[in-house]
Design a protein around this ligand. Structure first.
Ligand code: ADP
Ligand code: MG
Length: 343
């Protein structure tokens, strides 16, 4: 396999492809790869800038034998998912790559996945950094994405209110179920950032977050931020049976490979889903249902926000009769969530 130099990589691979199909560069004020820094044209009046960074580290977030096309897609997708969760639209991104070597076949594949999503999302690569690593060091790819949202309209974690419905997009649990069986999975390898949904939720949702660490953990983040910002004692009640199971989990339950309860624990705690978890007042239920139909995306109401002084920031998991689910199951759900420094 041909090995490249850093400047061949930047000049022949990155610069030549980054601007293709990107209206960003129509502006005479835009400047991409090649100078000391990129230039971003001013945002339209009334918009504020949004920024997010997420890194993927070999051995930590992905296996060394990962399909490079999927990896290129995923490193941008997880960042766009953060923009989606803010209700923001993408503007541009940078890529910091730390690699042991520059192999053209692998890089071509990686950039194929990266640029395909960049073009669909209308989010051009405008710069970055490239570092060579020692032969035993883990590789990493870090994307910083820039977005825009109408001033004051961003969907924050801290906006939960008593009486809000809790909603989730798509279905959950398949990515974690695939990891547990060491098999590939469309959800795990090709996450689809819910940008259109995030955008449509502006002005309807009171709070939103993307599900990277599992429903249970992300809902707790919403509760903690909302309790802190409003000095209130909020809680959430989630209807266990309403949590939408991914297609492989549904199949496995039907084939009796796993029990329905086990499948729901996967759905309640499994990460790497990149669906949106959001809250909205009951008065906009019909509007949200209409958005789901428009986008051909399942939007499921799984519970509601309560005033819960007995269990501040707590989640109560109930069955469809409103009774608490078995204590062991609830305990498993509460343990969900990944902490890099505690695991
Ligand atoms: P500097 O020494 O000023 O950091 P570099 O040689 O690192 O310059 O980068 C040269 C140009 O190539 C810059 O415009 C930089 O943004 C771009 N670049 C370098 N690495 C990447 C990368 N991985 N992805 C996108 N652009 C990159
Ligand atoms: Mg540099």
């Amino acid at each position: 396999m041909a090995s490249l130099g850093e400047f061949d990589f930047i000049g022949q691979f990155l610069k030549s492809q980054a601007a293709q199909g990107q209206p960003f560069f129509d502006s005479p004020l835009a400047l991409g790869i090649g100078d000391d820094a990129a230039l971003i044209p001013p945002l339209p009046a009334g918009e504020q800038m949004v920024m997010a960074t997420d890194m993927l580290v070999e051995g930590r977030h992905y296996r060394s034998d990962v399909d490079p096309v999927a990896l290129g897609h995923k490193v941008l997708a997880v960042n766009l998912s953060d923009l989606a969760a803010m209700g923001a639209r993408p503007v541009a991104f940078t890529l910091a790559a730390a690699m042991r070597s520059l192999e053209s076949d692998w890089l071509n594949a990686f950039l194929k996945g990266l640029f395909a999503l960049a073009r669909t999302a209308q989010c051009p690569l405008i710069g970055g950094d490239t570092v060579g690593l020692a032969s035993n060091a883990p590789q990493s790819f870090t994307v910083t994405v820039i977005g825009a949202v109408p001033q004051g309209k961003a969907l924050l974690r801290s906006g939960l209110h008593v009486g809000n419905d809790v909603w989730v997009s798509g279905s959950l649990g398949d990515a974690a179920y695939a990891v547990s069986r060491c098999v590939p999975d469309a959800k795990l390898d090709w996450p689809n950032p819910r940008l259109a949904l995030g955008h449509r939720l502006q002005g309807l949702a009171t709070a939103a977050i993307d599900i990277s660490d599992g429903l249970s953990a992300e809902l707790r983040h919403l509760l903690v931020e909302s309790c802190a910002r409003q000095s209130s004692t909020l809680g959430a009640t989630i209807d266990w049976q309403m949590i939408p199971l991914g297609p492989s989990l549904r199949e496995a339950v039907e084939a009796e490979t796993i029990t329905a309860d086990r499948a729901r624990v996967f759905a309640a705690t499994g990460g790497d889903e990149y669906e949106l978890l959001f809250a909205a007042p009951p008065s906009v239920r019909e509007q949200i249902a209409a958005i789901g139909i428009d986008l051909s995306l399942a939007l499921t109401r799984i519970g509601h926000v309560t005033h819960d002084p007995a269990m501040p920031c707590g989640i109560r998991w109930s069955d469809s009769q409103g009774q608490p689910i078995r204590a062991e199951l609830a305990a498993e759900c509460a343990q969900g969530g990944f902490d890099h420094f505690k695991s």
